[in-house]
Every structure is written in C-alpha cells, then in structure tokens.
Design a protein around this ligand. Structure first.
Ligand SMILES: NC(=O)c1ccc[n+]([C@@H]2O[C@H](COP(=O)([O-])OP(=O)(O)OC[C@H]3O[C@@H](n4cnc5c(N)ncnc54)[C@H](OP(=O)(O)O)[C@@H]3O)[C@@H](O)[C@H]2O)c1
Length: 225
C-alpha cells in the first residue's frame, strides 16, 4: 500500500514509520519546513517538505496514495511557539481531508484520543477533528488511545519520548476488577505506542471495508496485540 503519513516526525510517527516500512508499505512522509533540520526525516528520500496549508503541494503529495494517516497534534506547552489546537489539530485534519478527497485518496486513518468530544478544550478539539473526518465522505477509521507510552529504548526525537505512567496504570488496573468497569479501565490505561501502531497497520491491512467507520478503543488495541 502507498501510505501518506502526516505527523511522521512525532513520537507516534517515529514508531509507525519503520513498522510500516518493515511490512512492505511504500511511504510518503510529511515533514514541515520548520522541522527539516530537527528530524532525521528531513533528509529522508521519502519525505515531502511543505506546510499543510499549501493545498497544491499537499494534493500533489497525496496523489496515488491508498490512505492518509494523520498522527498530527500539539500540546498546550507549544501554543506559545505558534502551534495551537486550531492550527495543528483541527486545521491539519481539515486540510488533509479536503486534499485527500481532491487527490482521490479513498481512505483516512485518524489518531484521536479516548474521551474525544468530552469536556475540556483538548477533548472538544479531538471531537471536532473526528467530526471533520466523519463528514468528509472518505472511508475512515478513528483510533482513540489513552496516554501513549514510547517503546523501551526509543530515542527522544525533537518532541521527546512518551514516558511510562506506572501510577495511572496500577490505579486503572485496580479499577478494572470492579464489576462492569473492565472495558473502561482498559480504554483509559496507558498504552504502548507499538501496540497502537500495530493495531493501526492491522486495520489498514484488513480485507475489504470491514474496519470502515470503526472507532477503535484501547480495549480493541490490547485485544489484538
Ligand atoms: N501523547 C499522548 O499521550 C497521546 C494520547 C492520546 C492521543 N494523542 C494524540 O496522538 C497524536 C500523536 O501524538 P504524539 O505524542 O505522537 O505527538 P507528537 O510527538 O507531539 O508529534 C506531533 C506531530 O504533529 C506534527 N504537527 C504538529 N502541528 C502540525 C502542523 N500544524 N502541521 C503539520 N504537522 C504538525 C508534528 O510535526 P513537527 O515535528 O513539525 O512539529 C509531529 O510530527 C496527537 O494528535 C495527540 O493529540 C496523544
């Protein structure tokens, strides 16, 4: 499959890119001009370097791809540097979905978050990203993990590693023994980025349209890993 990856330079992208390549996929990796010198992907022959609001460059890069995967996102502590929920998460989802449609890419995989659409600016923003994808007319699958944990030995990258969260993990495991709370506890438990990435690629490689329109929760990722 030919896969366009937005957010390739992030903590999740650093795990997904080598795993997808090892599975034999052809990759088109989006890199922002501002990150070209910060990430090894800046010199990667598979990289396309432009800003996502460059609609023509984005449409050209997407042409011929079988799927667009978005791993794009930001955090509050980056707002001062210019990346906000509106520009990074919502704006990128809007730009990617519109260009994918124009380029004839049939399918979109969105990395969202558990609780998307709930209370608070972050979850409301994730709900809006999901709405854009659902309303896009593209075939889609949405992934809603809890807190991400980088694989052991992962390098820092310019966005840092996602550290293990043992206290949160223990508390949620304990909650999971209560009747009726097992599924909830697994959905909210910290999850390995390697587990998430394997699930995303398995969904991508599933036959036909069986995973279209699905919202994949932590319990589904853990079950299939
Ligand atoms: N980390 C968690 O615990 C967690 C949990 C649940 C869901 N999520 C969601 O999962 C996604 C990936 O998380 P992560 O921790 O891997 O993220 P990350 O390490 O912070 O990486 C973010 C990626 O998004 C790119 N990006 C940000 N703003 C952009 C923009 N305006 N245009 C184009 N690219 C842009 C970054 O590119 P540059 O390198 O150029 O900055 C980078 O590749 C995010 O949507 C996040 O909200 C994260």
């Amino acid at each position: 499959m030919r896969i366009f990856v937005a957010g390739a330079t992030g903590a999740t992208g650093r795990v997904l890119v080598p795993e997808a390549a090892a599975r034999g996929h052809e990759l088109v990796l989006h890199v922002r001009p501002q990150s070209r010198d910060k990430s090894p992907l800046g010199k990667d022959p598979r990289a396309k370097i432009f800003d996502l609001d460059d609609h023509d460059a984005l449409t050209d890069a997407l042409r011929g791809c079988d799927v667009c995967i978005s791993l794009v996102g930001t955090m509050r502590n980056r707002f001062a540097a210019g990346d906000t929920y509106e520009s990074s998460d919502i704006g990128s989802t809007r730009a990617l979905a519109a260009a994918a449609k124009e380029a004839g890419v049939p399918r979109f995989l969105l990395l969202s978050s558990v609780g998307a659409g709930g209370a608070g600016a972050y979850l409301k923003m994730k709900g809006e990203c999901e709405r854009i994808v659902k309303d896009s007319d593209l075939r889609y699958t949405i992934f809603r993990p809890s807190v991400l944990v980088s694989p052991k030995g992962a390098d820092e990258g310019h966005h840092g590693k996602r550290d293990d969260q043992p206290v949160m993990d223990i508390a949620l495991r304990a909650m999971g023994v209560l009747p009726g709370l097992r599924g909830f506890s697994v959905d909210y438990r910290p999850i390995g980025i390697d587990v998430l990435v394997r699930t995303m690629l398995d969904v991508l490689e599933a036959k036909g349209t069986s995973r279209d329109g699905e919202i994949v929760m932590g319990r589904d990722m853990v079950k299939s890993s």
